[in-house]
Design a protein around this ligand. Structure first.
Ligand code: ATP
Ligand code: MG
Length: 388
C-alpha cells in the first residue's frame, strides 16, 4: 500500500524553502498539513503547490534534489464584454499586444539540475511532455538562460490531453507564449520574448499586432470572427511590457466546440464548465447587437453543442458501450509509454493503452480514456434510476 502523501513531508527542507520563496516557515508547514503543498510521486522528486499559498501560484513545483523552483503559470482572466473590459483592465496602458490563443495544453519547460523537463499546469513532470520538450526545444536555450522557464502550448493531434487537428500539425508542436524567471515568475516584455525565442528557432504563437487600447476592441472583434470561421480558439490580449496581467477572449465557435466535447462526458465535467460557457454566448450576442437570423443561428449552434453529444452518449451506452475518449501519443522511446502509463495511473485517470505501432522511427500508441462517472450515470438512468 502507498504511504499517505503527508508521510513524505520530512523530505522537504521547510526553512530552506521559506528562504527561497520569501514566505514564513509556518505558512509552508501549514500548507503541508493542509496538503495544499504536497509530495508528488514524480521523477525527479518534487513537491507542488496544489492551490495558491501567500503569493505563490498553484502549480508551483519545488524539486527536492536540487531545490530548483518553477513558479506556476498564473491564471488568465477572461473578458466577457470586450470593449468595457479592455478599457478598464488596460487603463494604465497606451497599447495592447494581441496574440493568438492556441488550443492545446499548457506546458512549462525548464531546467532541473542539468536536464530539461516538461511540466503540466498542475506542476507535475509529465513524461510524454518531457520527451516532446527535449525534442522540440533546443538545449542551447537553457544553456544560455538556465534561470528562465519557457511557457507555451503543446498543440496537435498526438496529444493525450487536448487533441486538435485544426492547425494542420502532423504530430505535436510547441508554441511559446511566455518567458518567465523560473524562481519569481516575472515575465519578459512581449517583443523581447518573441525575439529571444526566435533566435533559438523556437516557434511563437501568432502576433496579430499592437493596438491602441481605445481602438483594440474593434480590431479584436474582427480578428475573433475570422478565427472563429476556422474553429481557432481566440486571443490573449497583453500589456506589451507585461506589467498589467493578460486577458483572454474566445470565439463562439470554439466555445461551442468545448461544450460539444464536454457534454459527451457530461457527468465527468464540473457544472461550472458548462455554465460559464453558456453565459458568454449571451453577453457576446448583446455586445455584437445581434437579433433575427444571427441570434437564431447562435441559439441553434449552442443548442446543438449541448444536446447532440449527449444524445450520442446516451445511445452509445444504450448499445452497451462504455463512454470513452480516444487519444494518441507518438514517442521515440518505448520507456516513455511505460512512464506515461504509470503517470496517468498515479493521477487516477482510467486509461487503456493499445499496442505500440511503428511509424517511421517513432511509435504511435492509441489510448482509450474511460469516463466512468458518465458511463455509470447514463447506465443507471437508462435502467430507471432517478437523476438525484
Ligand atoms: P486559466 O487558469 O488561465 O483560467 P484555463 O485552464 O481555463 O486557464 P484556458 O481557458 O485555455 O485555460 O486559458 C488560459 C490558457 O491559454 C493558458 O494557460 C495557456 O495554456 C493558453 N494559451 C494559449 N495561447 C496563449 C497565449 N498566446 N498567451 C497566453 N496563454 C495562452
Ligand atoms: Mg486552453
Amino acid at each position: 500500500m502507498r504511504r499517505d502523501v503527508s508521510d513524505y513531508s520530512s523530505k522537504l527542507d521547510t526553512s530552506k524553502l521559506s528562504g527561497l520563496l520569501g514566505i514564513p516557515v509556518h505558512r509552508i508547514s501549514g500548507a503541508l498539513k493542509r496538503k495544499t503543498l504536497q509530495y508528488a510521486f514524480s521523477k525527479p522528486e518534487l513537491f507542488r503547490f496544489d492551490k495558491p499559498v501567500s503569493k505563490i501560484e498553484g502549480g508551483t513545483s519545488v524539486f527536492t534534489g536540487t531545490y530548483d523552483i518553477v513558479r506556476g503559470f498564473p491564471k488568465i482572466s477572461r473578458a466577457v464584454m470586450l470593449d468595457p473590459a479592455l478599457r478598464q483592465h488596460f487603463s494604465s496602458c497606451k497599447k495592447v499586444a494581441v496574440e493568438e490563443k492556441m488550443n492545446g495544453y499548457n506546458t512549462r519547460v525548464a531546467l532541473v539540475g542539468d536536464k530539461v523537463f516538461g511540466l503540466t499546469r498542475g506542476g507535475l513532470v509529465c513524461p510524454y511532455t518531457t520527451e516532446k520538450a527535449r525534442k522540440l526545444v533546443p538545449l542551447d536555450f537553457f544553456r544560455d538562460n538556465p534561470d528562465l522557464v519557457l511557457c507555451g502550448e503543446m498543440v496537435g493531434p498526438d496529444s493525450p490531453y487536448v487533441p486538435k487537428s485544426l492547425y494542420g500539425i502532423e504530430s505535436l508542436e510547441f508554441f511559446a507564449f511566455d518567458v518567465r524567471k523560473k524562481m519569481t515568475g516575472q515575465p519578459m516584455p512581449v517583443i523581447k520574448r518573441r525575439e529571444l525565442v526566435e533566435g533559438y528557432g523556437i516557434r511563437s504563437v501568432r502576433l496579430f499586432g499592437e493596438f491602441y487600447v481605445n481602438e483594440a476592441h474593434a480590431e479584436i472583434s474582427r480578428i475573433i470572427r475570422e478565427l472563429g470561421k476556422t474553429m481557432h480558439e481566440g486571443v490573449v490580449i497583453k500589456d506589451p511590457d507585461m506589467v498589467v496581467s493578460p486577458v483572454k477572449y474566445t470565439s463562439s465557435e470554439s466555445n461551442c466546440s468545448d461544450l460539444k466535447y464536454a457534454f459527451e462526458f457530461y457527468n465527468d465535467y464540473g457544472r461550472d464548465f458548462f455554465f460559464g460557457r453558456v453565459c458568454r454566448e449571451a453577453f457576446q450576442s448583446v455586445e455584437w447587437d445581434e437579433d433575427g437570423k444571427c441570434l437564431e443561428k447562435r441559439c441553434l449552434q449552442l443548442g446543438e453543442s449541448i444536446l447532440l453529444p449527449m444524445v450520442k452518449t446516451i445511445k452509445k451506452r444504450k448499445a452497451g458501450e462504455r463512454i470513452a475518449e480516444d487519444v494518441r501519443i507518438r514517442v521515440m522511446r518505448l520507456e516513455t509509454v511505460a512512464e506515461f502509463e504509470e503517470y496517468l495511473r498515479i493521477l487516477g485517470v482510467d486509461a487503456v493503452f493499445g499496442e505500440p505501432e511503428k511509424v517511421g522511427d517513432e511509435y504511435l500508441v492509441r489510448i482509450k480514456k474511460l469516463y466512468k462517472s458518465t458511463t455509470d450515470k447514463t447506465g443507471s438512468i437508462l435502467n430507471g434510476g432517478m437523476w438525484s
